[in-house]
Design a protein around this ligand. Structure first.
Ligand code: ATP
Length: 269
């Protein structure tokens, strides 16, 4: 059902089915989905509803994806901003953007507000008079003020993402803000196989491709890197002249050529 809403403003059309290999992380977010689906239910038993949580983990491992899936599962709009957008721009612009974002979210509650790269905005305040600091501080203060303005029963959930939670300004982590931490880790072998399976559905693979073996052969790769391997392999297949009518599809050779190209950074001709 959420897929049919994908074109409505802010709807992601992404669900937990699109998220692979993050088992218990998904479980931890089910409560947030339940809250967004029915914010008043928490009141009836006097339970304290969730308000903000922080996703922490290395780049490309699915933080944005899982936040979008929470919104998609609950069938609520997703509003996002990136902390890095507020670095080195005119003072006051970032704060105005935050106000605008929250204004839109307020009228569309229940909804989810996602702040990516929150460390770019909310690092522990540096004493140096660095360029961009004032803008960053104003934006951060605006964000905190806006977050505090929401009562828990408004039906708005805040999800922040960072790969450096240790750098965050403690003000962001206070109760009622991003006070719950959820780890989004790099996938293990089984996780990598799951990520490959989810994304392999979107392309045509030849029968000789064993995704479990491929997952074992690619230790340390993030979800985003695995997606890159599949996409690059599809391009390899095209380059060697694979046709739409060809029932072979992307071969093992295409895939390992793609891996070489990505890992060795082979120059494109
Ligand atoms: P960053 O810290 O760089 O913002 P991120 O952790 O938010 O990274 P995403 O943007 O969610 O990572 O991941 C990039 C893409 O990689 C996703 O859109 C998806 O296609 C793929 N991907 C990453 N992790 C997973 C996963 N666990 N399951 C399925 N796809 C994944």
């Amino acid at each position: 059902q959420s897929r049919s809403n994908a074109r409505k403003e802010g709807m992601t059309g992404i669900t937990f089915k699109d998220v692979a290999g993050l088992g218990t992380t998904v479980d931890e977010l089910q409560e947030v989905v339940a809250f967004l689906k029915d914010p008043t239910r928490f009141n009836t038993v006097g339970a304290k509803p969730p308000k903000g949580l922080l996703l922490e983990g290395p780049p490309g491992c699915g933080k944005t994806l899982i936040a979008k899936a929470v919104a998609g599962e609950a069938d609520v709009p997703f509003y996002s901003m990136s902390g890095s957008e507020f670095v080195e721009i005119i003072v006051g612009v970032g704060a105005a953007r935050v106000r605008d974002l929250f204004k839109r979210a307020r009228v569309n509650a229940p909804c989810l507000i996602f702040v990516d790269e929150i460390d770019a905005l909310g690092s522990k305040r540096a004493p140096a008079m660095m360029q961009g600091n004032e803008e960053r501080e104003q934006t951060l203060n605006q964000l905190l003020t806006e977050m505090d303005g929401f009562t828990p029963d408004t039906g708005v959930i805040f999800i922040g993402a960072t790969n450096r939670a240790d750098l965050l300004d403690p003000a962001l982590l206070r109760p009622g803000r991003f006070d719950r931490k959820v780890m989004v880790k790099r996938p293990n072998t089984d996780g990598r196989a799951e990520v490959l399976r989810v994304h392999a559905k979107k392309v045509k693979l030849s029968k000789d491709v064993d995704l479990d073996q491929l997952a074992r052969d690619l230790p340390g790769l993030s979800g985003a890197e695995l997606v890159n391997v599949i996409n690059e392999a599809a391009l390899m297949a095209l380059r060697r002249g694979a046709q739409p009518t060809d029932d072979e599809g992307i071969t093992l050779v295409d895939i390992y050529n793609a891996v070489d190209r990505i890992l060795q950074g082979v120059e494109r001709s």
